[in-house]
Design a protein around this ligand. Structure first.
Ligand code: CP
Ligand code: NVA
Length: 307
């Protein structure tokens, strides 16, 4: 990676993604083969809860020889306590890298802008790049390739959907996104992805019909209908997303050997049936594991480009 930060998937090229996936696969085979973070301390700045992102980063940093320091919302206070630019300018005097989970994407871009140390986006309201890149690793592991794979995302056009769309567009995946009215991915992202897909050989279809998206797909993917920060909308959203659950009958429309993916945490019985999550078609725990390997590859890449 030429850049010093990882803030979105769309900042990457197809070549950079491929390099990251290769490095991640190598680290998965030999987890302790790199000491990239030896003597380094990474700060985890989390304004929202997390299990996978926090634990996979903390363990990955340790495996790379470094140490981590977790600062939750109680430590950080809100934006009213300190502007992100001041936080960045202070923290870079102590730390060697930052992973930030925030609400606004501008909070991570401001941290990166004012920080000479690498900043990784650990999820914002609009993007979840570490998740999408790990998902590409998982899909490639399963099918041996990305180009030409049929990927159906069914549910909310949210942060996870956006980063996945960008990753799919860059790597030649045929993606279909089914969302209810009012919950489609934003038009600017759709336009960007269509442009990238034209170059990579991918495609992007938007629909309101989950069955149309699922038909013949090799991967069916969903995420929660109510993301962190949207809790007050939960009742309205449950109603809006009725009929968008991924379950056995929908999976039967997919290709033979199709898999089910979910970034987790899942709400069993809402966006996915409990049986499907536990079925052999579900590869959600491989997905979760791959966060560890992929994020380690990101550190290797970011610190290589800094040298
Ligand atoms: N998928 C994911 O980012 O999970 P956490 O919110 O638990 O980190
Ligand atoms: N869309 C979800 C993803 C959680 C990993 C959220 O933002 O809450």
């Amino acid at each position: 990676m030429k850049t010093t930060h990882l803030l979105t998937v769309r900042q990457l090229s197809a070549v950079q993604i491929n390099t990251l996936l290769k490095e991640a696969a190598a680290l998965k085979r030999k987890p302790l083969s790199r000491r990239t973070l030896s003597g380094k301390v990474i700060g985890l700045l989390f304004h929202k809860p997390s299990v996978r992102t926090r634990v996979s980063f903390e363990v990955g940093i340790r495996q790379l020889g470094g140490e981590s320091l977790y600062l939750g919302s109680g430590d950080l206070g809100g934006a009213s306590r300190e502007a992100p630019r001041d936080l960045a300018r202070v923290l870079c005097r102590y730390l060697d890298g930052i992973v930030a989970r925030t609400f606004a994407q501008t909070d991570v871009t401001t941290l990166a802008e004012w920080s000479p140390i690498p900043v990784i986006n650990g999820l914002t309201d609009s993007d979840h790049p570490c998740q999408a890149l790990s998902d590409l690793l998982t899909i490639r592991e399963r099918f041996g390739k990305l180009r030409g794979i049929g990927l159906a995302y069914i549910g909310d056009g949210n942060n996870v959907c956006r980063s996945l769309m960008e990753g799919a567009a860059l790597t030649g995946i045929g993606m279909r996104v089914a969302t209810p009215a009012g919950h489609a991915p934003d038009p600017a992202t759709v336009a960007w992805c269509r442009g990238a897909a034209r170059k990579s050989g991918g495609t992007l279809l938007l629909t309101r019909d989950p069955r149309e998206a699922a038909e013949g797909a090799q991967v069916l993917y969903t995420d929660v209908w109510t993301s962190m920060g949207q809790e007050k909308e939960r009742v309205r959203r449950l109603k809006a997303f009725r009929g968008f659950q991924i379950n056995g009958p929908l999976m039967r429309r997919a290709a033979r050997g199709a898999v089910f993916m979910h970034c987790l945490p899942a709400h069993r019985g809402e966006e996915v049936s409990s049986e499907l999550l536990d079925s052999p078609a579900s590869i959600v725990y491989d997905q979760a594991e791959n966060r560890l390997h992929l994020q380690k590859a990101v550190w290797v890449s970011l610190f290589r480009s800094k040298q």
